[in-house]
Design a binder for this molecule. Structure first.
Ligand code: IMP
Length: 427
């Protein structure tokens, strides 16, 4: 029962999409388990270029079933648009299933995400504006609406009319905005229901059958561990758990089912939105990383903040997840660099610490302690064997591996699928 989870180990955008695409080739089932359409990655294949936000990458493999798990919040409009684009490119979308337990993003979630961010002023989280936080808040507050609710019109109306009235009270009385029309939402979501009904079901029997056949199941992570609402830089986090543990909760697979948890790290760090990034570079080097690596968001187009590899955060993330191995992506970005740095500790209130503080107030005071590494200044983009990497590149990677405490299995040296060095098998 090889269940493999691919997990973002930093602040998201680690290049998980490419690793998932690579592994999805051999997978029978691919499951998204957290987040929503705040995630995004671009898939390049013979059928074209696709920007996926919700549909799991397994959709491109002719034999794999693509599941959207209960842990995802689904904006039906976005999902239908994505499905239409895929179908127009002759991708078979009949293998896409959405858990009836997955919560829906409703129009008031989108509006409240924007209004709440505005109200935060200078302390804004920098959310993607996709309604993710408000939708997860409603799930926990037990006033969410689930995909399965769409299949029973009467029950859907009962839920919606109650919740929407409460939301309109907040929209008008707290924010002074115009209320949303509950009838419009109802008819709009009934249209979505017609389109999505063949895809919505209890996915647990599908997973159980796959487990029984010893199928390869791939858990496709979204966002990154440092955005986890419990362990990330709270409150500058997302609202569902992007970790290996989140993979169990968001799919219905038991913790003992997971055989391999692959943590994906970039060879440096990036972050979008607000919140601490201890190794952030505000200088020319930061700009150089951003331009060389084209560090702009797939979902929002925002420029990503860039910094040196933070091994303190990286080790913390490896522990939270229990990684059985790691993938290091975008090593080639450093091909022209004369030197790189790795943060091995923080200076906090006159002391050197090697742990990741839980409080944002402390993190904002942390000054990175760096080790310096000479660059290799030669192209790695055509290298496919680990031993062929320049000695300086191997030294850099092996120091990272030692600091994280988990073996490097894959190294990515370019965006094409084959620009990958397999050092050790993933499972
Ligand atoms: P939300 O998930 O839209 O509520 O955004 C909360 C925080 O998570 C913001 O800082 C976002 O920029 C960040 N975030 C959400 N999704 C992603 C992602 O896929 N990659 C990187 N950052 C993300």
């Amino acid at each position: 029962m090889p269940v493999i989870a691919v997990i973002g180990a930093q602040w998201g955008d680690e290049g998980k999409g490419k690793i998932v695409d690579l592994l999805a080739e051999k997978a029978d089932v691919v499951v998204r388990f957290s987040g929503g359409d705040n995630a995004g990655h671009t898939v390049l294949n013979p059928l074209g270029e696709f920007k996926l936000h919700l549909v799991p990458s397994g959709i491109f493999s002719p034999r794999a079933v693509a599941l959207i798990g209960n842990g995802v919040v689904v904006n039906p409009k976005v999902l239908i648009e994505e499905m239409d684009k895929l179908a127009a490119s002759k991708v078979d979308i009949s293998r896409l299933l959405v858990s009836d337990r997955a919560h829906l993003i409703m129009p008031y979630h989108l509006l409240l995400d924007r209004l709440e961010e505005k109200a935060r002023g200078g302390k804004a989280i920098g959310t993607t504006g996709k309604g993710i936080g408000p939708a997860f808040a409603d799930k926990v507050a037990r006033c969410g609406i689930r995909a399965g609710d769409l299949l029973d019109r009467e029950y859907f109306w009962e839920r919606l009319s109650n919740v929407a009235e409460q939301k309109n009270n907040i929209i008008t009385r707290v924010f002074g905005e115009t209320p949303l029309s509950v009838d419009d939402i109802y008819s709009q979501y009934c249209r979505y229901a017609e389109r999505l009904a063949p895809h919505i079901r209890d996915i647990l029997p599908v997973l159980s059958a796959a487990m029984g056949r010893d199928d390869v199941i791939l858990l496709e992570g979204a966002q990154g561990t440092m955005l986890d609402p419990d362990f990330g830089t709270y409150p500058y986090t997302t609202s569902s758990s992007p970790t290996g543990g989140g993979g169990c909760l968001g799919s219905g697979l038991g913790a003992t089912c997971i055989k391999s948890i692959l943590g994906v790290y970039k060879a440096y760090c990036t972050r979008v939105g607000g919140g601490p990034l201890p190794t952030e570079l505000h200088d020319e080097t930061g700009k150089m990383i951003r331009e060389l690596a084209h560090e702009y968001g797939t979902t929002t187009g925002r420029a990503r903040r860039c910094g040196w590899f933070d091994a303190v955060a990286a080790r913390f993330s490896a522990r939270i997840n229990g990684f059985t191995g790691v993938a290091i992506t975008r090593l080639d970005v450093f091909d022209t660099f004369p030197e790189m740095k790795i943060c091995v500790g923080y200076r906090l209130d006159g002391q050197t610490i090697d742990y990741f503080p839980s409080s944002v107030a402390a993190l904002e005071k942390c000054q990175p302690v760096y080790e310096e590494f000479p660059g290799w200044q030669s192209p790695t983009v055509d290298i496919r064997q680990y031993d062929r990497l320049p000695a300086a590149a191997r030294r850099y990677l092996e120091r990272i591996e030692g600091l994280i405490g988990s073996p490097i299995r894959l190294v990515s040296v370019g965006k094409e699928r084959d620009q990958t060095i397999i050092k050790k098998p993933v499972y």
